[in-house]
Design a protein around this ligand. Structure first.
Ligand code: E4P
Length: 215
């Protein structure tokens, strides 16, 4: 089953989407958290009360030791937390150590298939290729999703491909067609996925016609 994560730190959006019953987890990043104007740990605790699935929380240290300290502390907050680590040599070292301690990791800021290969070798639970940001600089972001899914499929890597930086519903369709395990999507994209004008006009007509049925 393809999983959908919600890409936000906003509690109202998370609660609403979770109640729809189609969301499997949440991703946050420092930029998303900063929009909420609340303490990171408070946000995480609240999200973990709502969501019965992976809650991705990012470290901000740039050295392995600092990442390990932050990662271990984040993992202690709640068993649902997955530690997001940036795709650097320090991040890869931290990923290797955290995964050997059975702490789940998500290697983030991935922009190439080779980076994704290193993340898998380090034992990452998830790898996050940023599609929209690649599109922004004139590359076809979705191309690397196909490459990564193909590369992983040749071996027994357990790392799941988490398509990130999703900007519109077509990204979600493309990710699903390529067999990506997960897409993390902003709440706006989830709402666009649901909507179709013909559904609205169709429902309107059914309800109007129903009024003419003798009761
Ligand atoms: C999620 O894990 C990523 O941090 C997020 O999707 C990045 O999205 P953006 O490129 O729209 O900021």
């Amino acid at each position: 089953m393809m999983k959908l994560f919600l890409d936000t730190a906003n509690i109202d959006e998370i609660r609403e989407a979770w109640n729809w019953g189609v969301i499997d987890g949440v991703t946050t990043n420092p930029s998303l958290v900063s929009k909420e104007g609340r303490k990171f740990e408070d946000v995480l605790r609240e999200v973990c009360k709502i969501v019965d699935g992976p809650v991705n929380a990012e470290v901000v240290s740039t050295e392995c030791e600092g990442m390990l300290k932050e990662g271990r502390a984040l993992a202690k907050i709640n068993r649902r937390i997955v530690v997001k680590v940036p795709m650097t040599s320090e991040g890869i070292k931290a990923t290797k150590t955290l995964s050997s301690e059975a702490i789940r990791t998500n290697v983030t800021l991935v922009f190439s298939p080779n980076q994704a290969l290193l993340a898998a070798k380090a034992g990452a639970t998830f790898v996050s290729p940023f599609i929209g940001r690649l599109d922004d600089v004139g590359n076809e972001g979705m191309q690397i999703i196909g490459d990564i899914v193909t590369m992983y499929s040749h071996y027994s890597y357990r790392t799941e491909v988490l398509v990130a930086s999703v900007r519109h519903p077509i990204h979600v369709i493309q990710a699903a067609k390529l067999g990506a395990h997960i897409a993390t999507i902003p709440f706006s994209v989830l709402k666009w996925m649901l909507k179709h004008p013909l559904t609205d006009t169709g429902l309107d007509r059914f309800l109007k016609d129903w009024e003419r049925v003798p009761k």
